[in-house]
Design a binder for this molecule. Structure first.
Ligand code: UDP
Length: 238
């Protein structure tokens, strides 16, 4: 597989064309941003962790019948994935109150929900990723009704798998963000990453944060938290 020109550089990843028009290579950087790019930094080693964790989780989900973008890990930081058109929605699933849910609705962090919640934001930096509902997404032609139904079904199924996986690592899956992509034939598949950048992960016993909130909130111990979550991940992973 030959790596060609860079077609996109985002906050945490670069994407390159390959000699196969249906495949692209993703490169994971150590760059970290928060608050829509207002806060910038580096989390040393994060790119390697996020690449490897994403790939292993996607392979696990794929085995469980969830179609994903993952094809093959090429190196510590590079992965071959299916080229998709990203559906411009951030799909957020929550099991426990935290982050924007807590601030928006004026509740404390750490309240366990009886059932998980789902919400969508419009992926648009210029507008600061505004929250929207399925009707808005359809009106804006970001996705069709059928695509949104498919995305919801996958997102809740992924939550159940990931919750169970992390529980075995002694970790609570508080909330996370997913992105989906569309293949040329219109099929919806899971895209982007599943990592401590995109999930809130708390130690089951101490409720210590083992994710990007340590960076967002200047809590210190960011690299150590990423290393610790990866250690538990690899210990459980078969
Ligand atoms: N999230 C993300 N990218 C974003 C916004 C949120 O990966 O641009 C993740 C975040 O890590 C958390 C979940 O989505 O696990 C819910 O985030 P929330 O809406 O509370 O916003 P945040 O406080 O993270 O900005």
């Amino acid at each position: 597989m030959e790596k060609r020109d860079m077609i996109y550089e985002g906050k945490a990843k670069k994407v390159f064309n390959t000699d196969d028009p249906e495949l692209v290579i993703v490169y994971y950087k150590d760059d970290a941003t928060a608050f829509n790019g207002a806060k910038k930094g580096v989390i040393t080693g994060k790119g390697v962790i996020n690449n490897q964790m994403t790939n292993r989780l996607m392979a696990m989900l794929e085995k469980d019948g969830i179609p994903t973008q993952y094809v093959k890990e090429l190196s510590e930081r590079e992965t071959l994935v299916k080229k998709v058109d990203i559906v411009p929605l951030e799909v957020i699933i929550r099991n426990i109150s935290a982050g924007h849910f807590a601030s928006r609705y004026g509740v404390e962090e750490g309240i366990a929900f009886e059932s998980p919640t789902i919400e969508f934001s419009y992926k648009c930096d210029a507008l600061d990723d505004p929250l929207l509902n399925a009707y808005h997404a359809i009106a804006l032609k970001l996705a069709t009704r059928e695509e949104i139904e498919e995305i919801k079904k996958y997102a809740f199924a992924i939550n159940e798998k990931l919750k169970a996986f992390w529980k075995e690592c002694g970790v609570i899956l508080v909330d996370f963000k997913l992105e989906f992509g569309k293949l040329p034939d219109g099929k919806i598949i899971l895209a982007d990453e599943i990592s401590p950048d995109t999930c809130r992960l708390w130690d089951e016993k101490t409720r210590e944060k083992l994710d990007k909130d340590r960076f967002r909130r200047d809590m210190g111990g960011v690299e150590d938290a990423y290393a610790e979550i990866m250690r538990r991940f690899m210990a459980r992973e078969v």
